[in-house]
Design a protein around this ligand. Sequence first.
Ligand code: BT5
Length: 239
Amino acid sequence: MTFAEIDSTNEYLKREVDELPEGSVVRALHQTAGKGRLGRKWEDDKDSLMFSLLLKENLDPNRVSLLPLLTGVVLYETLEDYKISTKLKWPNDVILNDKKCCGILLEGISEGSKLKALVLGVGLNLNAEKFPTELQNKATSLYLETHKKYDGREVLDHFLAHFDKEYSKYLEKDDSYLDILKNHSYLDHKKVLLNYYGEGKEAEVLGIDRQGRLLVKDKDGKESALSAGEVTLESIYSH
Ligand code: BT5
């Protein structure tokens, strides 16, 4: 289903969760209220791929935090089909030549204490020729990096084929897709400022572990493995 314009494809699936089946995909050519995480805004560059996917079956609350990582890997594979090499910035950005070309937003819908559904939203900048001033240093599109134009429907089909393959593995608890994240991780060797339960924590990123956690070394040399649920990345302060 493709809308010419809608508020947000994530919000649409959340509203229609009871009516729509497992695996429903909704795309919008324009979003009037595109969202990022933590109340942030997703800028609609007018020529990008924006869609959401509904997951209702076989949900395992203990493995939900792996899904943005899996989606990043699926986007990596999708763009490799076009010979575009990206890096994955844990936990949910896709980076092309040091700028963000794609963001992922996973939202849960609960009923009482039960997880009822997940909505997985993806925004991928395809053909934008420029971005608003405040994003110019950190956002990019496939067009700006490769000087080619891309067909959204075709890119979405590539995405869905890779997603089916990797998600079936995930459901069987085969997390081998994490190897791709480990091998193409953007944050490795960078010094970062993390928000750890509301407190600032400076650390150096060592890598990603087999459970998809960020491995860091703090200023005292102490190493730890942090999951996306307990820590958010505030900034990168040196390479
Ligand atoms: C994300 O949030 O990156 C998740 C974006 C998900 C967007 C999709 S589009 C389809 C579906 N429907 C929705 O309403 N949302 C999803 P976050 O990590 O919080 O990053 C947001 C930040 O990225 C903003 O604060 C900006 O700094 C930057 N940003 C905004 N628009 C951008 C764009 N088009 N390209 C690159 N960076 C952008």
